[in-house]
Design a protein around this ligand. Structure first.
Ligand code: NI
Length: 159
């Protein structure tokens, strides 16, 4: 396994629409590396295009929970409600902003073994699923803010 370099805005790979995965066997190594990269960052979620691989794969780890959720070719099939959330992104280090996300989402995809997964999520997991699936479509959370003044510096910033 390896920690991969996380691409930061405005790297053009972040704006590419990621391709569907057809050969699940061929992405096992990439998934391992994405999990290691997410752990090292550390972060809540990572999409494959953030490590330079424009494929439809996301990994999510909610703090305090052990299991990493890996979804291949994930799709949001339903979303309900709206709520304001603070959001950041490993590809936009040092910043966060308040944006609107859904209260709950239903997602469908495949796990790393190719098994069909359906998931209903709320709170941080719903937010992370929307954020990471946006990445696969070339969308960044900053696309939802009206102007740059809404971007706030995070206090973790040390540079
Ligand atoms: Ni992100």
């Amino acid at each position: 396994m390896a920690v991969l370099r996380i691409r930061t805005n405005p790297d053009p790979v972040l704006r590419k629409k990621a391709k569907r995965v057809t050969d699940i066997e061929s992405v096992q190594r990439l998934i391992d590396d994405m999990v290691e990269t997410l752990t090292a960052a550390p972060g809540v979620g990572l999409a494959a295009n953030q490590v330079g691989a424009p494929l439809r794969i996301i990994v999510i780890r909610i703090p305090e929970e052990e299991d990493v959720i890996t979804l291949i070719n994930p799709e949001i099939v339903e979303k309900t409600g709206e709520r304001c959330v603070m959001e950041g992104c490993l590809s936009i280090p040092g910043y966060q902003a308040e944006i609107t996300r859904s209260e709950s989402v239903k997602v469908r995809g495949r796990d790393r073994h190719g098994k069909l997964v359906r998931k209903k999520a709320t709170e941080l997991l719903a937010q992370a699923l929307e954020h990471e699936i946006d990445h696969l479509n070339g969308i960044l959370y900053i696309d939802y803010i009206q102007d740059k003044d809404e971007l706030l510096r995070t206090d973790e910033e040390t540079e």
